[in-house]
Design a binder for this molecule. Structure first.
Ligand code: NAD
Length: 290
């Protein structure tokens, strides 16, 4: 690293809080070195109320671009000059690019990463019926991107907590922006409706915190609802295989895809937005994610 950094080295970074656990610096610095890009990536702990000041500081420092994590993902949208259609609909940016004129553009690569991960497993969302469990950040990104990418139907199920209203908002936003996609939301507590929706869908997606540590013993899906034609995907990557994914595999589902690939491919998409180059995805996967 010392040999790489010079007076010309371009800075990229992550802002949010906490960021100490983030795998992004390792992933990006490795990829800069492997692709011969004279750049370095750091993580800065920025609380929500300092989002605007942080963006101003990054502009002053002329960073090449930056990623945004919680709690700044929504707030950052008001400080960028332009916003991608997906990020606008999601209402959050996880990647901000800086143009040659210093113009900031907000993007959201979470949904892109999810769709790419499915593609890597031979699954297209185009024309498909989806059931999405969850209405938080990950679920919203997935609903928006899959709708933009041609999903025929998206049935959102969320428990009646503080995220339900966000799900309702997503339904309204997508009905207006992507009228060709039929989007609905139902309370997760309506188990008969959930069972019927899963019976009729092509792809079932868990985008809740259920299955993630410390809820790793839990699942929202009755294993009796699985069938061989169903594709099952999780956003959870810790553990790498959730109980839902294990049960889907055991039931012989067509595909059972864990969340680690979504994490990898959202980073690949951000790297490409930053540099125009391909991250060495397979190497990064093996070195940092497996
Ligand atoms: P969030 O806080 O924005 O949303 C949480 C969601 O989980 C809500 O829909 C909430 O209703 C639901 N939920 C929480 N506890 C529940 C329970 N006990 N029963 C039913 N529903 C419950 O969180 P997020 O950022 O959207 O993250 C959701 C999941 O997605 C997490 O497991 C996270 O690890 C994963 N994620 C993965 C990636 C990736 O790249 N693979 C990226 C982002 C998030």
């Amino acid at each position: 690293m010392d040999a790489r950094i010079s007076g010309h080295t371009q800075l990229y970074c992550l802002i949010g809080s906490p960021v100490g656990h983030s795998g992004s610096p390792a992933m990006y610095n490795y990829s800069f070195a492997r692709t011969g890009i004279d750049a370095a990536y750091l993580a800065f702990d920025i609380p929500l109320e300092k989002t605007g000041e942080a963006v101003e500081a990054l502009k002053l420092l002329k960073v090449g671009g930056f990623n945004v994590t919680m709690p700044c993902k929504t707030a950052v949208a008001q400080y960028v000059d332009e916003i991608s259609p997906a990020a606008r609909l999601i209402g959050a940016c996880n990647t901000v690019t800086v143009g040659p004129d210093g113009k900031l553009t907000g993007h959201n690569t979470d949904g892109i990463g999810f769709v790419r991960n499915l593609q890597e497993h031979g699954v297209s969302v185009s024309g498909k019926k989806l059931v999405v469990l969850g209405a938080g950040g990950a679920a919203t990104a997935i609903c928006v991107q899959t709708a933009l990418d041609g999903a025929a139907e998206i049935a959102i199920f969320n428990r009646k907590d503080e995220f339900y209203a966000r799900g309702e908002h997503t339904v309204e936003a997508l009905r207006e922006a992507v009228p060709g996609c039929k989007v609905s939301i139902t309370a997760l507590e309506e188990q008969d409706a959930l069972a019927a929706a899963i019976k009729n869908c092509d792809i079932l997606i868990n985008a809740t915190k259920v299955g993630m540590k410390p809820l790793e013993k839990e699942t929202l899906v009755d294993a009796a609802w699985f069938r061989p034609e169903l594709v099952v995907a999780d956003t959870v990557y810790n553990p790498k295989e959730t109980r839902m994914i294990e049960e889907a595999k055991a039931a012989g589902c067509a595909k059972a895809v864990g969340g680690i690939g979504m994490l990898l491919w959202q980073g690949v998409a951000a790297f490409h937005l930053f540099t125009g180059k391909d991250m060495p995805a397979q190497e990064v996967l093996e070195k940092f994610f497996l």
